[in-house]
Design a protein around this ligand. Structure first.
Ligand code: NCD
Length: 309
C-alpha cells in the first residue's frame, strides 16, 4: 500500500518512476488540496521552494509558486538564466549545489534532456522536473490525468488522442508514460515528421495500447479526450522544417460537429493556432480549466515530497 511518507524526500524526475498506485495516490491528494487552494493553509509554513527556470514559462512556474504560497511557504528563484551566475559561466551542477543551501525543494526547467536527472543526482533535497528539454514534463502529465479524472470520473476505458508535435513535445512523452499504467486506447496523431519518439514507445511497449495515424478526422468520432499540442518551434534545427508542419492540425468548432457530445479538448498551453478561439466557448473546451488542476497537483506534490502530509 502507498503511504504519504513514502514520498518524503523523493525526486519527481520522470513519470516512469511512478507506478499506478502512486499516481492515483498523488491524484487523490491533489483533490484534497482544492479547499486549501481556496482558503489557504499553513502546511508548508517556514519551507522554501527554489524555482530555477532556464527556459520560458508562464503556467508551470507561476502555479508552483502559487502552490507554495497557498500552503504558507516561501519562494525564491529566477525565471531567466541571464540574471544568475550561469551568465558568468557557472555550471548547472554548481548552481544546484548552491541553491540547495537556501531551499527545501527545487523545481527546475532546463533545455537539456538529462538536466533533471543531473540536478537530482547532485542535490540532497527533492528536485522536481518542470520540463527537461524536449524529453519530459512529469507534473504536467499528473495535472492532465487529474483533469481527465475530474471530467470523466475515470481514466480506464477511455479513447484518448494525442495530437500534434509528438516528437519534440515533452508533455505528451510524460503523458504516454503515465497512461501506460491505465487501460486506455491511445491514438498518436501527427504528421510523419513529428511522430512519437521511438524511445518513448520502446519504454511503454507491451503496456500501452496505441495506434499511430496522421488522420484525425477518421478517429475523431470515437474519442473521449482530444489532447492537442503546440508544434514546438524552438526545438526545430531548421526553420523551414517548422514552416512545413506548423499548421498540420487546426481544431475548430466546425470540425467538432463530428465529435461525441462529451468529448473534452485539452491542451497544456500555450496554444498558437492549433485550437481556434471559437472552440473556447463550447462545452468541449477544458484547456483553461486544466490550468487550475496544475495548482492542486503541484500543491500535493510539494506537500508530499516535503513530508507534510
Ligand atoms: C508546455 C511545455 O512547456 O512543455 N507548457 C506547459 O508547461 N504547460 C507546452 C508547450 O510549451 O507547448
Amino acid at each position: 500500500m502507498v503511504e504519504a511518507s513514502s514520498f518524503k524526500g523523493r525526486d519527481v524526475v520522470s513519470m516512469l518512476d511512478f507506478n499506478r498506485e502512486e499516481i492515483d495516490f498523488i491524484l487523490d491528494k491533489a483533490s484534497e488540496m482544492k479547499p486549501l487552494a481556496e482558503r489557504g493553509s499553513d502546511l508548508l509554513k517556514g519551507r522554501i521552494l527554489a524555482t530555477l527556470f532556464f527556459e520560458p514559462s508562464t503556467r508551470t512556474r507561476l502555479s508552483f509558486e502559487a502552490a507554495m504560497h497557498r500552503l504558507g511557504g516561501e519562494v525564491i528563484g529566477f525565471a531567466q538564466p541571464g540574471v544568475s551566475s550561469i551568465a558568468k559561466g557557472e555550471s548547472f551542477e554548481d548552481t544546484i549545489r548552491t541553491v540547495e543551501n537556501y531551499a527545501d525543494v527545487i523545481v527546475v526547467r532546463h533545455p537539456e534532456e538529462d538536466s533533471a536527472v543531473r540536478a537530482a543526482r547532485v542535490a540532497e533535497i527533492p528536485v522536481i522536473n518542470a520540463g527537461s528539454g524536449p524529453w519530459e514534463h512529469p507534473t504536467q502529465a499528473l495535472l492532465d490525468l487529474h483533469t481527465i479524472r475530474e471530467a470523466k470520473g475515470r481514466i480506464d476505458g477511455l479513447n484518448i488522442a494525442l495530437v500534434g508535435d509528438l516528437l519534440y513535445g515533452r508533455t505528451v512523452h510524460s503523458l504516454a508514460f503515465a497512461l501506460a499504467n491505465y487501460d486506455v486506447k491511445l491514438y498518436l496523431v501527427s504528421p510523419p515528421q513529428l511522430k512519437m519518439r521511438r524511445d518513448v514507445l520502446e519504454k511503454v511497449e507491451g503496456r500501452l495500447n496505441y495506434v499511430e495515424t496522421g488522420d484525425l478526422k477518421s478517429i475523431l468520432p470515437e474519442l473521449d479526450v482530444l489532447y492537442v499540442t503546440r508544434v514546438q518551434k524552438e526545438r526545430f534545427p531548421r526553420p523551414e522544417d517548422y514552416e512545413a508542419v506548423k499548421d498540420a492540425y487546426r481544431i475548430d468548432r466546425e470540425m467538432l460537429r463530428d465529435a461525441r457530445e462529451d468529448l473534452i479538448v485539452m491542451h497544456p498551453l500555450p496554444r498558437v493556432t492549433e485550437i481556434a478561439t471559437d472552440v473556447d466557448e463550447t462545452p468541449h473546451a477544458w484547456y483553461f480549466r486544466q490550468v487550475r488542476h496544475g495548482l492542486y497537483v503541484r500543491m500535493a506534490l510539494l506537500a508530499l515530497v516535503l513530508g507534510a502530509l
